[in-house]
Write a protein that binds this ligand. Structure first.
Ligand code: ISJ
Length: 437
């Protein structure tokens, strides 16, 4: 590799931006054109431009990406007085769910990163053309990327679009669910996650930035992601590495909030927590994550009971897992090494993994592309945050978006209920696109 990476991070005084500085952190972070995006609770990382990019497919996509990143870092000149996770050299990434997918997995090194964490703002300029970034060039670039934007208002939704079924009609998908239930009763399979796609078409071009803005505004508890055409807001954290600790948020077990009877107190806890089916689905997911994470950890903990995660569209059974990472040969595992070990969990694939993976290909009849794959960012110190690309879609053409949603199938699953669950999971993106169902 001949590319040489140079980065300069400077603490940013939002007031110094003058007219370009909107009122809040999320306004500022989401005021540029078509950014790379990773935001939660109004903080996170926004990238502009592309200074370098890795693209790959197949079973080695994670290892190849890690190798590419290491080579890029080896010759890098990094000036980083701020030194928190996400400063210095960093890249955004999105990986295909399947090793057989034709979809390209990517790592993208932006030209400029605007970051915010615990009230601190920073700006990182990254170059690969041999020029050394300076505070002046970074600010000039920021002004260029923010120009014409930044009044902080969320644009009105695009005019009505049409929603069509994708690979399978609703009836066909329900037959696949029934076939999944049948397979669970006849063989070693315990759980399989089956997904489907819908295609949304508009007459006017879709405004990508407004999708991100609406997801940030409505789904603040989720991680809003944007990597090229892939956009969404996921409630599920595959793995976050912050120094020597790793954290995951495992979800499985879902209840549509539209099913809540008026005035019901403790409805979600009794329906979700009290259902053997939901608890079984959840336990498979927690066990698959902790089993894969254990070899990298010296201390792994998760609560005995899941909690109820309340989102605007659904409730989930959720478990937060945390681990103290173990050294191997003097090195802690990087976030990407953990992604390789953990993906795909039973939350999005099934148990056992291989059997479930084969059945998914057979029954879904679609390429999941980046859906349910890892999406997030990494830095040069091994830190990173990788969510599971759920509650999202791919902007395939200027006027079409393909949305994906799935549901965990266990022995007690009912095809009609699982179909309804996918509609509840499509809801965040339908809302962000200005469509309601
Ligand atoms: C598969 C999806 O979600 C996953 C499946 C869940 C379930 O079956 O209850 C819950 C959360 C996610 O782990 C999706 O959102 O498409």
């Amino acid at each position: 590799m001949t590319v040489s990476l140079r980065t300069l991070t400077t603490a940013l005084d939002a007031a110094a931006l003058g007219d370009l500085a909107p009122a809040t952190a999320s306004d500022l972070l989401l005021s540029g054109t078509d950014p790379l995006c990773w935001l939660r609770h109004g903080e996170g990382l926004i990238g502009f431009g592309e200074a370098a990019c890795f693209g790959g497919t197949g079973p080695n996509r994670f290892v190849d990406a890690e190798q590419w990143w290491k080579e890029l870092l080896a010759g890098a000149v990094v000036v980083d007085p701020v030194k928190v996770p996400g400063t210095g050299a960093m890249a955004f990434g999105s990986f295909a769910f399947s090793k057989t997918s034709a979809h390209k997995s990517v790592l993208i090194v932006p030209e400029l990163v605007l970051g915010s964490r615990d009230g601190l703002f920073w700006l990182t300029q990254l170059t690969t053309d041999g020029k050394a970034p300076t505070a002046e060039s970074a600010h000039a670039l920021l002004r260029r990327f923010l120009s014409g934007h930044g009044d902080g208002t969320v644009p009105a939704p695009s005019p009505a679009g049409t929603v069509r079924t994708g690979a399978l009609t609703e009836e066909e998908w329900k037959l696949s669910v029934a076939a999944g239930v049948h397979a669970i009763g006849h063989g070693g399979l315990e759980k399989v996650v089956l997904a489907r796609d819908v295609l949304v078409t508009f007459e006017e071009p879709i405004e990508r930035i407004s999708i991100l803005q609406r997801l940030v505004a409505l789904y603040g508890e989720c991680w809003t992601y944007g990597v090229r055409g892939l956009v969404g807001a996921t409630p599920e954290m595959l793995i976050k590495v912050d120094g020597t600790t790793a954290q995951a948020r495992v979800l499985a077990g879902t209840l549509d909030r539209e099913d809540e009877p008026a005035g019901a107190v403790g409805f979600a806890a009794s329906v979700l927590g009290g259902s053997a089916k939901q608890r079984q689905e959840h336990d498979f997911a927690v066990r698959s994550l902790t089993r894969q994470l254990a070899p990298f950890s010296k201390d792994l903990s998760f609560p005995a009971e899941p909690f109820i995660l309340e989102l605007p569209n659904v409730w989930h059974l959720a478990s937060d897992v945390s681990a103290e990472l173990a050294d191997t040969d003097g090195h802690l595992p990087t976030s990407l090494a953990l992604v390789e070990a953990l993906h795909p969990t039973a939350a999005v694939c099934g148990t056992p993994r291989e059997t479930a993976g084969k059945l998914i290909l057979e029954l879904e009849r679609m390429d999941r592309g980046p859906y349910a794959g890892p999406v997030g960012w990494l830095d040069g110190a091994g830190n990173g945050e990788w969510g599971i690309a759920l509650r999202g879609g791919v902007l395939e053409t200027p006027r079409t978006a393909r949305l994906y949603a799935g549901a965990g199938i266990v022995e007690a699953s009912d095809p009609d209920a699982e179909l309804a669950e996918t509609w509840a999971k499509f809801r965040p993106m339908l809302q962000a696109l200005g469509l309601h169902r």
